[in-house]
Design a protein around this ligand. Structure first.
Ligand code: HEM
Length: 231
């Protein structure tokens, strides 16, 4: 009886060891995946939080007093910003990033919205020196973080525009509707891309580019807010 018992005990122990090893390695792998996954985007969020609060307060888009005219002027300023940004980003060499920039382009939406709202002024492009340069992939990722992240708040803004200005079905505000029901999915995909393409030693460059992007868009889009908001 004793040898059989020992065999059973030994196999049981062996099974327990393998089982706990498998579980440990699954958790360890999951833990490190979660850690890796959160690292870059959480870091960018942390280092730009005050700039997000500032622009959120300065943009007139969620104001109760928003008028169609002030909305159109803000949209035109966004259009000037994206015209310069997308032109600069088009030079990026990394094939995956270049495809992401093309596929996430917002300029056609802004142009269509302005046309729908009969905006006939010439759109002034953002001076390119206000943008971070995109020599490193991490700089583009930091900058894209700001623009792709803004699609989250865009959903709130779109609903406000519907209520306040009576816009509907995305006509005149397709830019803010952005990815619509796909917003969360597209944001998750962008975060995965950012994690994958930002090596730890270039996080500093990504943070700086994200901060410069927030400042550039604030300077450009909010520059005439005091005048425009009252129109
Ligand atoms: C009135 C204007 C705005 C409102 C109400 C707003 C609101 C929001 C909201 C509700 C979120 C989601 C927060 C979360 O789920 O944790 C968000 C995320 C974000 N917004 Fe805005 N936003 C505004 C303007 C902007 C602008 C102009 C930009 C930059 C161009 C911007 C960049 C971002 C970024 C980068 C995130 C992602 C933060 C993260 O989770 O890492 N937002 N915003």
């Amino acid at each position: 009886m004793q040898p059989t018992h020992r065999i059973v005990t030994d196999s049981y122990l062996l099974w327990k060891i393998i089982d706990s090893w498998v579980k440990c390695s699954i958790w360890a792998r999951l833990g490190s995946l979660v850690g890796e996954y959160l690292l870059i985007v959480q870091t960018l969020k942390l280092h730009t939080a005050e700039l997000h609060s500032r622009i959120e307060q300065r943009l007139p888009l969620m104001d109760a007093a928003l008028t169609l005219n002030s909305y159109r002027e803000t949209l035109a300023a966004y259009c000037g910003f994206y015209a310069t940004w997308e032109f600069a980003a088009a030079n990026i060499l990394h094939p995956v990033l270049a495809a992401a920039v093309r596929e996430r382009s917002k300029l056609p939406l802004l142009e269509a919205d302005l046309a729908e709202l009969n905006y006939s002024e010439v759109v002034e492009p953002l001076p390119s020196f206000l943008l971070p340069d995109f020599r490193q992939d991490a700089q583009l990722i930091g900058s894209m973080y700001v623009l792709e992240g803004s699609t989250l708040g865009g959903q709130l803004i779109a609903r406000h525009l519907e209520r306040k200005l009576g816009l509907k079905n995305g006509v005149g505000y397709s830019f803010f509707r952005g990815y619509g029901s796909q917003t969360s999915e597209r944001w998750t995909a962008f975060k995965a891309l950012a994690e994958h393409l930002t090596p730890p030693d270039s996080i500093g460059a990504a943070i700086l580019a994200a901060r410069q992007t927030f400042v550039a868009i604030e300077e450009w889009v909010c520059r005439d807010v005091a005048t425009v908001a009252s129109q």
